[in-house]
Design a protein around this ligand. Structure first.
Ligand code: CAO
Length: 544
């Protein structure tokens, strides 16, 4: 049994970094790699794990204490401590070790080093820093463009590996040159991000690949991978270990903490659902505006719903556990919220689209844009929404009024490999069917290629879920809150329809209209679907 000192590791040149969470106390027995405490700088969140298993001694830090590299955190009484791997001696950080190697200019994350040189313009290369051994990591946000003037530490790009999100800040103030990256590009350590034309005292030397603040992880999560004895490397990207971990950067986390907001309750509007500060502000506003709704939700969410008991399925046969894609997790939370909050009713009907189908086929055969049934349904919907404005509304958060929208932006559910997304076609009332078909096609392609931008999915008034290309008759779609209704379309089939004298073979399109019964009465829903059926049955009405 021996004792080692655990010290604050290299935290990327920061000093007096606040401790935001303390996870152990004196006398605790910790496993190797268990998180001892969490630090947060302006740009990143760092979990400091125990370098060896042992008993915590002399731990005095508390939340909001400030620490710097080399400060003593605690001692660990450990049976392992004597082993070389657990040596507490400050081993050289990779940063320093790398620095000893010949500098690789383009691969430098360009840790700024103030030189004594006089003010002068110089150009430095900014490269992708150490991203925890990952390569081909997607760029999920681009925050600058060529010619932008950036402050030191302003975020240039955000990268996301399977396990973590990394903000890459500018190593110096300057003008961005040669920036060509875009969202979804893949990068690896050492790839050139851009050049920075810097002016002034802060001449940045193109340094060896010293770990700049950039490569620090920005997602805080229970699991940590970083060794933390003094002079250990910066924590590697921290694993997002559970569905409970919100997807947000350090500044947003800090802001949320200050307001006591649980980030897991917020759907992010940033790229790939990233929660941004605006989302936290909007959430707080909504919560304050709806004290009654909030307290009801708290009761329901906290204890009203009995949990489904966990079952060990492996007892009954072979199983495989696959992590859920981020989009699926986000849509799951959204659908669950909608399902729990909205009293749903689904009204069904069938539209005779024999003539529309003949027109669709003829128009498609003429060449030009490919028409499917979706743009026809969209066009009919915009007309029905004009006739029944309650369907084009949202309940105010306090439940006291209805917000009626004077625009007609319609979303459609698109099935992608990673889950469901709902791109939105704007101003459907002002566009013809061919234009709508073109836009739907482009958005559906972007959805499948994972290239939808957050703006492509915002602002919808009403959604369509079209399963017609797949099959099935009717279903009960879930309203896409805060919208108040959704239209499901299933596969059209030839059916015998009585015309008063005989059965005629007609192509019938099954429609399923789910609506929020707090806003829409059953009679209104029936009127709405009857109008929709009428509009879809006669292609001329759509042209009016
Ligand atoms: N009846 C009969 N055939 C139909 C039809 C209908 N209601 N709707 C589409 N079709 C046909 C199309 O005409 C096309 O046929 P051809 O290739 O012979 O011309 C074929 O089915 C495939 O159409 P599509 O599905 O690719 O195109 P779309 O414009 O109808 O739909 C989109 C686009 C993005 C809505 C669709 O591809 C999709 O992703 N649907 C799934 C939506 C979903 O998952 N909803 C559930 C949400 S709740 O979990």
């Amino acid at each position: 049994m021996s004792t080692i000192d655990v010290k604050v590791p290299d935290i990327g040149d920061y000093k007096d970094v606040p401790v935001i969470e303390v996870l152990v106390k004196d006398g605790d027995v910790v496993e190797k790699d268990a998180t001892i405490m969490v630090l947060e700088s302006d740009k990143s969140t760092l979990e400091v794990p125990a370098p060896v298993a042992g008993v915590v001694r002399g731990f005095k830090l508390k939340a909001n204490d400030k620490v710097s590299q080399g400060d003593l955190i605690c001692q660990l009484e450990s049976a392992e401590a004597g082993k070389p791997a657990a040596a507490a001696a400050p081993a050289p950080a990779p940063a320093k070790a790398e620095a000893a190697k010949p500098a690789a200019p383009a691969a430098a994350p360009a840790a700024p080093q103030k030189s004594a040189a006089p003010a002068a313009a110089s150009v430095i290369k900014v490269a992708v820093p150490d991203i925890g051994g990952y390569s081909g990591v997607p760029v999920i946000e681009v925050l600058v463009k060529d010619g932008d003037t950036v402050e030191k530490d302003a975020t240039l790009i955000v990268l996301e590996s399977d396990k973590s999100t990394l903000e890459v800040p500018s190593p110096a103030a300057g003008v961005v040159r040669g920036f060509k990256l875009k969202a979804n590009d893949k990068v690896s350590q050492g790839d050139l991000i851009c050049e920075l034309e810097t002016v002034g005292e802060q001449v940045v030397v193109e340094a060896a690949p010293v770990a700049a603040p950039a490569p620090q992880p920005t997602v805080s999560a229970p699991a940590a991978t970083a060794p933390v004895v003094d002079a250990a490397p910066l924590p590697a990207p921290v694993a997002v270990a559970s569905n409970e971990v919100a997807y947000a950067g350090p500044a947003t986390r800090k802001f949320a903490r200050q307001l006591g907001v649980d980030l897991t309750k917020i759907a992010g509007s940033g790229a790939r659902g990233r929660i941004v500060i605006d989302d936290v502000q909007a959430y707080v506003k909504r919560t304050l505006a709806a004290p009654v709704a909030a307290s009801t939700a708290a009761v329901a969410g906290g204890s009203g719903i009995p949990p489904i008991p966990a079952v060990d399925f492996s007892k009954f046969g072979e199983i495989e556990t696959k992590p859920l894609a981020r989009i699926r997790k986000l849509s799951a939370a959204h659908l669950h919220r909608s399902w729990l909050n909205i009293p749903h009713v689904t009204q069904t009907d069938e539209a005779d689209i024999t003539e529309v189908e003949a027109f669709r086929k003829a128009a498609s055969d003429d060449g030009g844009v490919k028409l499917t049934m979706l743009p026809f349904i969209m066009k009919a919907l915009s007309k029905a929404l004009e006739a029944y404005p309650e369907f084009n509304s949202s309940l105010a958060p306090d439940g006291e009024s209805l917000i009626l929208k004077k625009y007609f932006h319609i979303g459609f559910a698109a099935d992608t490999e990673n889950g469901l997304v709902v791109p939105v076609v704007r101003d459907v009332d002002k566009k013809g069917v061919a234009q709508l078909a073109k836009e739907c096609g482009e958005l559906a392609k972007k959805a499948r290629d994972g290239k939808l931008k957050p703006d492509d999915m915002k602002g919808g008034c009403f959604s369509i879920s079209s399963l017609g290309g797949i099959g099935g008759s009717h279903f009960t779609p879930i309203v896409n809150a805060p919208e108040v209704a959704i239209l499901g379309a299933s596969r059209a089939q030839i059916k015998p329809v009585w015309d008063g004298k005989a059965f005629q073979p007609r192509l019938m399109l099954p429609l399923s209209l789910s609506y929020d019964h707090r806003v829409i009465d059953g009679a209104l829903a029936a009127r709405f679907i009857v109008l929709l059926v009428k509009l879809l049955s006669d292609v001329r009405r759509l042209a009016l």
